[in-house]
Design a protein around this ligand. Sequence first.
Ligand SMILES: Cc1ncc(COP(=O)(O)O)c(C=O)c1O
Length: 391
Amino acid sequence: MSHVMNTYARQPVAFVRGEGVWLWDEAGKKYLDALAGIAVNTLGYGHPKLKRALAERLASGVLHTSNLWRIPMQEAAADRLAEITGLDEVFFCNSGLEANEAAIKVARKYGHERGIAEPAIIVMEKAFHGRSLATLSATGSRKVQAGFEPLVSGFVRVPLNDLDAVRQVAEHNKNVVAVFIEPIQGEGGINVSRLEYLRGLKEICERNQWLFISDEVQCGLGRTGKWFVYQHAGFLPDVVPLAKGLGSGVPVGACVVGGRAKGVFKPGNHGSTFGGNPLAMTALVTTIDTIKEEGLLANAARVGEIIRNGVPRGEGITEVRGMGLMIGMELARPCLELVRQALDAGLVINVTAENVIRMMPPLIMSEAEGRMVLERLAPLVQGFLEKRVAA
Ligand SMILES: Cc1ncc(COP(=O)(O)O)c(C=O)c1O
């Protein structure tokens, strides 16, 4: 009996070695990874540049100092993030929920500075923002919230891709200070915001002087073929919370701000002991530099298209959604069992929202490996759909 707290329904597989997009379990069985630890392992496993950079960091003896001192590697990391986001200031933390907590605090403080005593934030149905009290309150899932009431107040929920709903809130609620959106909902089932909708939202934010907060914890950092989803829509948000893929496996979170959110946080407003430490920052800088050096944005777009175009379609498959290497296949019925069947077939995938097969491979996946994902996936889905016919 394990003493690990029982908060996850785990598969009975332990990966103990990795190279590229491949993993090996304790028995030596080899798996093709189309999930990247849920969009975390940007550079796959054992990337030589990351191994070298982390080995040098280890050899320096300095893994952590403190935010009481200057941290040159943190300054380098913030420069990188400012450059790729187009924004100005970065607060470093360790996870997605922390990045989102920072974003929520920025929005509230921004509201207070504008004389709004009880600032409200517009959030989306089916969104996932994390499991702290504020972020689970912002999350659009009763399953995530149930049992943890009272929820944090100050969130107004609307459906995704519905501008009229946002306009109505704008008309009736003068406390709104921000829109908080995952432009592609990950946990919610790979639900993609229309680019027109994002541009419309941005316009409403401009008109009302609201912050546009783009939670790109899961969809950001190159996965969609551009660094960030808002870049597909062609505008700059005010706040961009990031985590997951930033450190290719080393825990890193960041809340990047610009526009109206610039300068809202002042000394003493926020903090994190570990946030931005030299170990994490080394992983972040190496990840961003390697994405650039190896052309991984274009690779994500190319390999993503191969996978998206090649997944099975037909009866029983409701829709194929996504951008780049963030792909969802919605089936007409719950398909959680496919995760185990895929493992048996040497393929790592995930099922989210009960009936959406989710694939988010490392950005280094080659075209040939993308085709291998399809070769392994197709018979599984076929078998699953045929079983229904037989039943
Ligand atoms: C869009 C989004 N935001 C926030 C989070 C929370 O991140 P973390 O689990 O690192 O707290 C997640 C995690 O799945 C996410 O997908």
